[in-house]
Design a protein around this ligand. Structure first.
Ligand SMILES: *Cc1c(COP(=O)(O)O)cnc(C)c1O
Length: 366
């Protein structure tokens, strides 16, 4: 690796964040959500880091689960979108994947298939988000059908997803919980509701299984401060290096379209990272970066491979100095707000051009 542009991943931080999710919900089992390559942190590395503590992992799609199996991860794995054909269902059964069933077709397929072994099923109910899930009135019937099928293991989890868990005290969350609770009342099933927001701010959503994703990576899902989230440790630091420095005079402009103009003499550092690495192209002038412990604001539009930052008055900035784009001391949420997106998108959007370097104090593998 010749350039210093890298996504540094702190697996100890992920373990600590996972432990926090467990501590906040001691009655629940905590399934670590590692979809989208563990939100850009490397699903195989994260699964290895958590293999001693997490009872199970969740991904969005079957291909993600198969990659983990190929990499030797033999823990229970849940496919949260479920599968959409009988052949995929056979594959899930062979690979011992648990599947979500969220619509009638999946329910039919599951009953019609001749599986080599029964699969674990999570039945999803639509409690108001209106994205995936059976209507609450159809759940009892579906549970009986699944129980009658040899393709389905007996222990069924009924689950739902919260639309506004990132808003503590949300009335909509309360409404979803009410719908869920009346749906499962009297049913002998396990339950699962919480994502990160629910774990951190809504104990009423803690059930048999919780499903944290974002918080494992150390970022708060809330826009305001929430006490339980203050212990989170950001796991990814995105960094690169200064590759050029120049002085510009007052009224000179920088970058494509001359979209930043010096109001007085300024020092501009050019940093080797751009939107082709996953730095957001919509980050405006003034978006913070960190260099030598100081904030250096973006000056000029983000290009494919480069950004320009204003280092005026920062002592001793040199070619080769490390620039932090987000991570410890500079939340990815800050950058996301500036660029009119969310931290989830930035973390999952770091591209394959950026090497990922993980650090794990409990093993000597790098
Ligand atoms: C992604 C996802 C989660 C995790 O959500 P976070 O907000 O990242 O904690 C949980 N459940 C489902 C169904 C998901 O798709």
């Amino acid at each position: 690796m010749h350039r210093k542009c890298a996504a540094l991943v702190d697996l100890d931080a992920i373990r600590a964040n996972y432990a926090l999710a467990c501590r906040l919900a001691p009655e629940s089992r905590t399934i670590a959500v590692i979809k989208a390559d563990a939100y850009g942190h490397g699903a195989v590395d994260v699964a290895h880091a958590l293999r001693g503590t997490a009872p199970a992992f969740a991904v969005a799609i079957i291909d993600e689960a198969l990659e983990l199996r190929k990499a030797g991860i033999n823990k229970p794995l849940l496919v949260m979108e479920g599968v959409n054909s009988i052949s995929a269902l056979e594959c899930a059964a062979e690979q011992k994947l648990a599947v979500v069933v969220h619509n009638d077709k999946q329910l039919d397929d599951l009953q019609r298939a001749r599986l080599p072994a029964p699969v674990s099923v999570w039945l999803k109910v639509d409690t108001g988000m209106h994205r995936l899930g059976l209507a609450p009135d159809d759940v009892a019937g579906a549970v009986s059908q699944l129980r009658a099928s040899e393709n389905c293991k007996d222990s069924i989890v009924v689950c739902t997803h919260l639309a506004s868990a990132d808003v503590p005290g949300s009335a909509f969350t309360r409404q979803q919980l009410d719908v869920f609770d009346s749906c499962v009342a009297g049913m002998d099933v396990q339950q699962s509701i919480s994502n990160s927001g629910g774990i951190l701010a809504c104990p009423a959503s803690h059930r048999d299984w919780n499903r944290p994703g974002y918080m494992l990576y150390g970022i708060t899902p809330f826009s305001d401060e929430v006490a339980s989230a203050s212990e989170l440790r950001p796991a990814m630091t995105l960094q690169s290096e200064v590759i050029a420095i120049r002085e510009v005079a007052a009224s000179e402009s920088v970058g494509y379209g001359g979209r930043w103009t010096a109001s007085s003499a300024a020092t501009i550092a050019t940093v080797a990272i751009g939107y082709a690495d996953g730095y957001p192209r919509h980050a405006p002038n003034g978006t913070p970066t960190m260099v030598n412990g100081c904030v250096a604001p973006l000056a000029g539009v983000v290009s494919m491979d480069l950004i320009t930052i204003d280092v005026t008055g920062i002592e001793g900035v040199r070619i080769g100095d490390i620039v932090t784009l987000w991570g410890e001391g500079l939340s990815v949420n800050t950058i996301a707000n500036a660029a009119d997106t969310i931290g989830y998108e930035l973390l999952t959007g770091v591209t394959s051009r950026v090497p990922r370097i993980s650090r794990d104090s409990s093993s000597n593998q790098q």
